[in-house]
Design a protein around this ligand. Structure first.
Ligand code: ADP
Length: 302
């Protein structure tokens, strides 16, 4: 293969009359790698539109569980439409891969943001948290639990809007009281009832992860982080975390985090109660979005 030639991926579309149409995409910049996907910029050669493409090798889908997981991700993600959810554009396959085309988020995830910034000001956290809550309200009202809410799955687009992505662990309940039992999530963000498993879990697992996200953005480190997963899980089960002395945190933020990170899921506040909490209502105006300059340097003292 000629390395100077751009890689073109062809999508074959069979029309109702049997005619085959070919849509071409130019594979561009590598965006990142996840559990079983590699993500690249794809440019539609006809419209010139650039999207993010999640490329999953078919060879990695030999186990029926992996195939089912990808099918479930596609089914749930393509059914959701919200300002703060990564837009699902399209999917197709060729002999080697499955391609999921998504809205491109130019400004990476909150993970990279926090790595650069170390910790965020509470006003920024209020602004991001309200956008995450708005996405969660939408998902939960459609009986969808995301189950993998974490900084790495919260992207920022070029307008600095939060976009929740990666529906690989999401589930749709058949009815509101249904409980799920599969153990899933990412160690630092996983709710205690998921680890217990017995009684099942529901929407409250996303609320727990939201609490972990708010803590992490303000303090700079996840509350239950340790060097090994077993110890992290044990700390989550025992609800062992603290607010470090050296980080200044408002009473409102501390109170909200403490109310959310409660072992018993029934005792956690719901999304409306969270929005009504003092943390979001301390008299200041919370901006809808933040300037791009905040990606790299902290805003001047509030
Ligand atoms: P997996 O489901 O395999 O974990 P992810 O959905 O996490 O894959 O995607 C892998 C990486 O690709 C992400 O960490 C991120 O860097 C990048 N990425 C994913 N979706 C987008 C997007 N819509 N826009 C820009 N980059 C993305």
């Amino acid at each position: 293969m000629d390395a100077t030639q751009p890689t073109i991926v062809e999508e074959k579309i069979v029309k109702y009359n049997g005619e085959v149409q070919v849509r071409k995409y130019q594979k561009g910049k590598f965006l990142g790698k996840g559990g079983f996907a590699k993500c690249y910029e794809f440019q539609n050669q006809e419209t010139k539109a650039i999207q993010a493409a999640k490329v999953v090798e078919k060879a990695s889908l030999t186990k029926s569980r992996a195939k089912q997981k990808l099918m479930s991700e596609i089914k749930i993600h393509r059914s959701v439409h919200h300002q703060h959810v990564v837009k699902f554009e399209h999917f197709f396959e060729d002999a080697e891969n499955v391609y999921i085309l998504l809205e491109l988020c130019h400004n990476q995830s909150l993970n990279e943001l926090l790595r650069r910034r170390k910790r965020l000001h509470e006003l920024e956290v209020q602004c991001y948290a309200l956008q995450i809550i708005s996405a969660l309200k939408y998902l939960h009202s459609h009986r969808i639990i995301h189950r993998d809410l974490k900084l790495g799955n919260l992207f920022l687009n070029d307008k600095m809007e939060i976009k929740l992505g990666d529906f690989g662990l999401a589930t749709k309940l058949d009815f509101d009281g249904e409980k799920k039992r599969t153990i899933c999530g990412t160690p630092n963000y996983i709710a205690p009832e998921v680890l217990e498993g017995k009684a099942g879990h529901s929407y409250e697992v996303d609320i727990w992860s939201l609490g972990v996200i708010i803590y992490t953005l303000i303090i700079g480190k996840p509350p239950f982080e340790t060097s090994d997963v077993k110890t992290t899980y044990s700390k989550i089960r025992k609800n062992l975390y603290e607010f470090p002395q050296h980080v200044i945190i408002s009473d409102g933020a501390r109170d909200l985090i403490t109310k959310i990170l409660i072992g018993d899921p029934k005792m956690r506040p719901n999304l409306d109660e969270i929005i009504a909490h003092e943390f979001f209502n301390n008299g200041g105006t919370i901006p809808k979005t933040l300037p791009q300059s905040f990606l790299a340097c902290p805003p001047s003292a509030q």
